[in-house]
Design a protein around this ligand. Sequence first.
Ligand code: DX5
Ligand code: ZN
Length: 236
Amino acid sequence: MTHHAPIIAPSILSADFARLGEEVRAIDEAGADWIHVDVMDGHFVPNLTIGPLVVRALRPTTRKFMDCHLMIESPERYVEAFADAGADGITVHAEACAHLHRNLQQIASRRHHGGGSVSVGVSLNPHAPVDSIFSVLDLCDLVLLMTVNPGFGGQAFIPQVRPKIRALRQEIVARGLATRIQVDGGVSESNVHEVAADGADNYVAGSAVFKSKSHPGDYAGAIAAIRASATAAYRA
Ligand code: DX5
Ligand code: ZN
């Protein structure tokens, strides 16, 4: 199994929104690789969160990769706004795009604040067959496999997604691609080794960082524990 070094992407959905800038600085200093930003529109998912203004406001607080997960209908309407706000990567849901191929090309054509291309991500809900995105895999830097139904932090990991991770890893290896597999939802130090063994190499963790039971208030400890568990699976 070929793996990239693990990327740990704490989701600020579980942060203290009254102190969001401080929280982003804290996870940056605690060793987060990416900052995962959950964008919800109250249509595609039954919750409302944050928009490009907040990404713009947070941009000066960190130099880390700002990973914007758009859980919104017709995300092509907002790709430019998020890119302009400073997103390093934009992930759209396949289920939310009538013209997915075009939408992914639209993301790739955007330059981010550092001058490079915005990184292209596609996401699938837990029920969606993974081969439904094989036709656009070449366009993607990242595939986000939801391991909960999107909308809220703190939900239980759905183990039925695991065979999708394995099938996707197999396809990526067979094609010689460098696509990353991100898992999002219910991921913690107690199950990350399983998804790492399946072939995921990018781990979103909201409650497991911000509301960790084993490392309460210790973001560095929580991130390190997730990283250690993932890395151990790579060596196994
Ligand atoms: C769910 C979001 C996730 C969420 C994960 O809709 O996409 O990023 O914040 O939270 P946990 O890690 O608590 O499941
Ligand atoms: Zn997310």
